[in-house]
Ligand binder design. Structure first.
Ligand code: CA
Length: 248
């Protein structure tokens, strides 16, 4: 998940950034309301952790502007205990949830997961990229109208990539979101499953390299993108096979 932390308390901001990165999320941290509005427009985060007392533009102003420009990022407001009025106001203005300071990191990550689940439930039931379709409710995948049989993990991996279609998703993010594992576990399970997916999604009948949808972003991760829209990147020569070892 791509998270924007908006917090002017430097110790708390640094703690949140580091903690969420360790959980496998991509995190940007800004310290004032103006920077929050600029970053959310450009970076399109999935979730914004928003402090209310901020320099330049306060949290309520940021929230009001986000909702006025129909930014649909989930917003979790962080408030002080005495701030009942601000909490009520922020929920009225479209915040998805509030968390009282001081909070435990475990509670914060649980709330983040709940927000993300809720957001995904309301998201598009059919994800599309070129002639590939993923039907989230029926758990069905088709390419050019032909059904592709995927295992549950292959489906979850493809769903995660298609939710971020057009963007590079790092191995650590895929590990976290699909397997709930940390990068330090030293596993190559992501690469192994990408190889399985490629054989089914891109290799089966799609021999033309220009029509491959699952792309490697070298040194970064993977991306599902329409070949027409993709920036042509030199791909490493295809290996005959990836050793199917899983260090899990
Ligand atoms: Ca503050």
């Amino acid at each position: 998940m791509h998270v924007l932390v908006v917090e002017d308390d430097r110790a708390l901001g640094a703690f949140l950034k580091k903690g969420l990165e360790t959980e496998g999320h991509r995190v940007e941290w800004v310290e004032d309301g103006e920077a929050a509005l600029v970053y959310s427009a450009e970076g399109r985060p999935d979730l914004i952790l928003l402090d209310l007392g901020l320099p330049k533009r306060d949290g309520l102003e940021v929230l009001s502007e986000l909702r006025a420009r129909h930014d649909d990022a989930a917003v979790l407001v962080l408030t002080g205990r005495g701030d009942l009025q601000a909490r009520v106001e922020s929920l009225d203005m479209g915040a998805d949830d509030c968390l009282l300071k001081p909070f435990s990191f475990i509670e914060l990550t649980a709330r983040c997961r709940a927000l993300l689940r809720r957001r995904q439930q309301f998201a598009d039931p059919v994800l599309r990229c070129d002639d590939l379709e993923l039907h989230r409710v029926e758990h069905k995948v088709t390419r050019a109208g032909l059904t592709i049989g995927l295992t549950a993990k292959e489906f979850a991996l493809l769903e995660c990539l298609m939710l971020h279609r057009g963007e590079c998703v790092s191995r650590s993010q895929l590990l976290q979101e699909v397997w709930q594992m940390r990068e330090e576990s030293g596993t190559n399970i992501v690469d192994v499953y990408i190889n399985y997916l490629r054989r089914k999604v891109d290799a089966g009948g799609v021999r033309d390299v220009r029509r491959r949808l699952i792309q490697t972003v070298r040194g970064m991760g993977y991306r599902v993108s329409s070949p027409i829209q993709a920036v042509p990147a030199p791909e490493a020569p295809r290996q005959p096979s990836i050793p199917a070892r899983i260090y899990a």
